[in-house]
Design a protein around this ligand. Structure first.
Ligand code: SF4
Length: 223
């Protein structure tokens, strides 16, 4: 076995041990966005860019009460839509993308959110992160690993990737983790990022991953 294979194997063992501890630490971890249908999950996920899930959950009850499905969002008055999502930030762009995505869902996909990565990526405002969330939580399909700011930061600190680009981080993680665990990895890492491994001040002394983490107790850590 070459040294690269050995390195990947030991990284895999560490990743799987981290995964097992995360499952133990956050047994009930789940998607924290509120939604009732795949299209509502898609919309909530688009709104969650550069915004907390908590803030999105404050906005979506009124939004989904007024525009509950792809058909109604496709023909919504854009200004009204913008006002409903304003507090999530970048609201003009988000409203425009939500409407354009819903129009395409209505015209190209028979008003049903597609369940294939390739088709989802055709929707305006939808990149792999959003597509992975929708596939996993609306359809139970692990097509990739969702890489948001927490997953990106923690995967780097834990030494599981040397990349900063989300697509390359995702590829590294897909090599290291069992496919059925791809989405639950992300969800649990997000929980750990919020609770312990915070962006500015990771609480390494309270971290149950410290013995597996090359960044533990370092004065400066990436992210
Ligand atoms: S040991 Fe520190 S840097 Fe490593 S995962 Fe835990 S909190 Fe983050």
């Amino acid at each position: 076995m070459g040294s690269r294979e050995k390195k990947v194997l030991s990284l895999k063992q560490r990743a799987v041990e981290i995964l097992s501890r995360l499952k133990h630490l956050y047994p009930d971890a789940t998607c924290s966005l509120n939604y009732s249908t795949p299209v509502q999950l898609l919309v909530a996920t688009i709104l969650s860019a550069q915004c907390t899930d908590e803030r999105v959950n404050k906005v979506t009850p009124a939004l989904f009460s007024r525009f509950p499905d792809a058909e109604s969002l496709a023909i919504a008055d854009l200004e009204e839509l913008e006002n409903l999502v304003r507090s999530t930030g970048f609201y003009r762009n988000k409203a425009k993308n939500i409407q354009a995505a819903c129009r395409l869902i209505v015209t190209e996909f028979n008003s049903v959110v597609p369940n294939q990565m390739e088709q989802l990526l055709k929707l305006p405002g939808v990149a792999r992160k959003t597509a992975n969330v929708v596939l996993a939580h609306a359809y139970g399909i692990n097509a990739g690993v969702t890489v948001d700011t927490h997953v990106s930061r923690l995967s780097q600190r834990l030494g599981l990737t040397e990349h900063t680009d989300p697509i390359r981080i995702e590829k590294d993680l897909m090599l290291l983790l069992p496919q059925p665990d791809w989405e639950n990895w992300s969800i649990r890492l997000i929980y750990h990022g919020r609770a312990i491994c915070k962006a500015r001040s990771p609480v390494c002394v309270a971290c149950e991953l410290a013995d597996l983490c090359p960044s533990a107790n370092k004065p400066t850590v990436v992210g």
